[in-house]
Design a binder for this molecule. Structure first.
Ligand SMILES: C[S@@+](CC[C@H](N)C(=O)[O-])C[C@H]1O[C@@H](n2cnc3c(N)ncnc32)[C@H](O)[C@@H]1O
Length: 290
């Protein structure tokens, strides 16, 4: 049974997080999501969690943590993780990866599909959906009929709030930067809303992507191998042992010929370099066994 949330009421929220409360938050963030919070994150954590305290009508961080850790409370744990994740993303972010998909990955995928084999891509840590939709638009541009073939993009994130936005596929004016004009015309339906233009991802693009909630540091239910795993600007929030474990699991999940792409500020920890060979900017393939 879920623990009942206290009835929200107006309370004065304590202005500081004690060292002990912050230590509990750090431990929970690490154990639940793998996210490491340094002492410099105190102001960010305080501001984001204060919103949770206000919503729940809880006055102190200690009482909030007691509520969060007490009994079975998955909804609030999920809201806690949502509050702590950083979801910054954009369409065609780090555009060189999309150029690489067109020039190098597409010919491989085309040959696989022509042989009647399936193609699977995984956007791991997809945030509000801009990354998987950019992938879909890229391959749709290579082959306008690809959506009717055995081609799917799995897009996962730990945060249910971003997944709701991603599945809706509707973006405001301020979020469409980075999309080439030709894609804007082909892949979106534009409408005028009270607060500006709204861009809705068209069904042919949407139908190529499946959104699922998944904590990368827990068990993965997916069967089968991926032709491309793209996990950018996610590992940066994890410590090195967690990054190593994740990269080793990604390498196991890659097809023998599959690619892995990571973010521009991320690097492979030393113990994972034997598993993955660099083939481009922050782009890797499974190392061949000798
Ligand atoms: C900064 S965004 C990156 C989005 C996109 N990959 C990009 O590069 O534009 C990081 C995402 O990773 C997700 N994330 C953080 N920890 C996670 C975990 N343990 N499992 C799955 N997703 C996680 C966050 O919710 C967030 O949406």
């Amino acid at each position: 049974m879920n623990q009942l949330a206290p009835a929200p009421r107006k309370v004065a929220i304590e202005s500081d997080i004690s060292d002990a409360a912050y230590a509990r938050i750090v431990a929970l963030s690490k154990s639940q999501a793998g996210i490491v919070l340094s002492p410099s994150k105190v102001p960010m954590v305080k501001s984001r969690l204060t919103r949770r305290l206000r919503t729940l009508g809880i006055a102190t961080f200690d009482s909030y943590l007691d509520f969060l850790e007490g009994a079975d409370n998955p909804e609030e744990m999920s809201a806690f993780i949502s509050a702590l994740t950083t979801n910054v993303t954009q369409f065609f972010r780090e555009n060189h990866h999309f150029d690489y998909m067109k020039s190098t990955i597409y010919p491989h995928i085309k040959a696989k599909l022509a042989r009647g084999e399936k193609v699977r891509i995984w956007s791991a840590g997809c945030s509000n959906g801009q990354e998987p939709y950019s992938i879909a638009m890229t391959f749709l541009d290579c082959d306008p009929t690809i959506g009717s073939k055995d081609f799917l993009i799995l897009a996962t994130d730990i945060d249910p709030l971003v997944l709701a936005t991603a599945s809706a596929g509707v973006y405001g004016d301020s979020l469409i930067g980075g999309i080439p004009d030709a894609f804007l015309k082909k892949a979106f339906t534009v409408s005028q809303k009270a607060d500006g233009l709204s861009y809705c991802v068209n069904d042919d693009v949407k139908s190529m992507v499946r959104f699922r909630q998944l904590n990368l540091n827990e068990t993965w239910p997916m069967q089968g191998a991926f032709d491309l795993i793209i996990c950018r600007n996610v590992m940066i929030y994890f410590d090195e042992p967690t990054q190593s474990r994740l990269l080793s699991r990604f390498s196991d999940k890659l097809d023998q010929e599959g690619w892995l792409m990571i973010g521009h500020s991320e690097r492979l920890p030393d113990d994972t370099t034997p598993l993955l060979s660099s083939v481009g900017v922050t782009t890797y393939k499974r190392a061949q066994k000798h």
